[in-house]
Design a protein around this ligand. Structure first.
Ligand SMILES: Cc1ncc(COP(=O)(O)O)c(C=O)c1O
Length: 379
């Protein structure tokens, strides 16, 4: 019985054609036609004016934070339940991460906990759309407006997800994740809907921020004065070969999104019949595109995620644990951060949650095998 992997990228003829063009023509570095085309197409898909491609999603967060006018010591409010990249980007810039817990239904940051964390030092909010479900951006953006805060949106896991914006007005409209931040970040790692192997992008509508992000990604060279630098930058450039992969996929994003929606519906339909599981609840204002299909064990199962994962592994099914909250990370405790802080929802998710095989190559037979195995282990 072959193992069902958590993810496998689905690469096709177009990817091969574009990457071959890079190799044939010698345009393999960060110069070449695919970079700009990829930037423009992804920005347009997300409803933004500018895209700046970088070498991974962590780098995207780093340049996004660095591009904003934040001072050392400024606080950035973010979810505890996220990847370490978010907190690292804040700390590398000399800012201070301030955490909030998750909403127990969507597992995204509880936006109603944000206001209580705003102080005179708050400079930005960093919402992270978890596993494809959007953060409730409307009240969050109202808060950002009210307090004059920048928004660093992390859409790494939410390619194509949408929010019904203006839902209390007469003319609500669906808007894509990636369209909400002062700066919005994406990852194109191999398990993301659009992948460049490793890669990322920052989107914005602000030409000054786009220019600054572009400079930061490229060592802050000054046009016309080669090797003269007035700011500290990074080499976070994406290669033309990576962008070639990305462009080929953006060109078939609708197909990719449709496949993920199918997977989401099938998993939900089958798993909701199994007692003891909590699934990510989709809010009526959300149209999520599942990045990874997660589940959380309820206390009555007498099992935690680690045990379930081992049992599924024995049945040839790979899983991954959920994030461990930032407030439980030894690396941050050693820096004196988050000591004594407790976030019960994130702690429950971290111990009892895992995600199932969710890649674009997952077949219906495999999906059924996964659901049957979950049922067998829990019965
Ligand atoms: C929410 C989120 N943000 C940022 C990142 C970092 O992206 P990368 O792995 O491309 O550095 C990830 C990676 O999976 C992520 O899930």
């Amino acid at each position: 019985m072959s193992t069902i992997p958590v993810n496998e990228p689905l690469l096709g003829e177009r990817e091969l054609e574009y990457v071959s063009e890079c190799v044939r023509t010698g345009w393999v570095s960060s110069a070449g036609r695919f970079i700009q085309e990829f930037e423009q197409k992804w920005a347009a898909y997300c409803g933004r004016k500018y895209g700046v491609a970088v070498c991974n999603g962590t780098a995207a967060l780093q340049v996004a934070v660095a591009a904003l006018d934040l001072k050392p010591g400024d606080e950035i409010i973010m979810p505890t339940f996220t990847i370490v990249s978010c907190a690292l980007a804040v700390i590398y810039h000399g800012c201070v991460p301030v955490l909030v817990d998750s909403d127990p239904r969507t597992w995204c940051m509880d936006v109603y906990q944000v206001k209580a964390k705003i102080t005179s030092k708050t400079g930005a909010i960093m919402p992270v759309h978890i596993y494809g479900h959007p953060v409730d951006m409307e009240p969050l953006l109202d808060l950002a407006d009210e307090y004059g805060l920048a928004v660093i949106e992390d859409g790494a896991e939410a390619h194509g997800s949408e929010i019904l914006f203006g839902r209390n007005t007469n003319s609500p409209e669906w808007r894509r994740c990636g369209s909400f931040g002062t700066v919005s970040c994406f990852s194109f790692y191999a398990n993301k809907l659009i992948t460049t192997g490793e890669g990322g992008m920052v989107l914005t509508d602000d030409s000054r921020l786009a220019e600054k992000t572009r400079n930061l990604r490229n060592l802050c060279f000054i046009p016309g004065r080669r090797f003269h630098h007035e700011e500290m930058g990074f080499n976070f450039r994406m290669t033309n070969m990576q962008a070639a992969l990305g462009l080929a996929q953006v060109e078939r994003i609708e197909e990719i999104v449709a496949r993920k929606r199918w997977l989401d519906q099938e998993y939900s339909r089958r798993l909701k019949k199994i007692p003891g599981l909590q699934l990510q609840q989709e809010e009526p204002w959300s149209s999520r595109v599942c990045w990874m299909y997660g589940l959380v064990l309820n206390p009555e199962t007498d099992m935690d995620a680690r045990l379930l994962s081992q049992e599924l592994k024995r049945r040839g099914i790979e899983t991954r644990p959920f994030f461990l909250g930032m407030h439980e990370q030894p690396v941050f405790h050693r820096r004196g951060l988050f000591l004594e802080e407790r976030y019960p929802v994130a702690e429950h998710l971290a111990r009892n949650g895992l995600y199932l095989p969710s890649g674009l190559t997952l077949t219906e037979d495999q999906l059924v095998r996964v659901c049957d195995a979950v049922q067998e282990v829990l019965s």
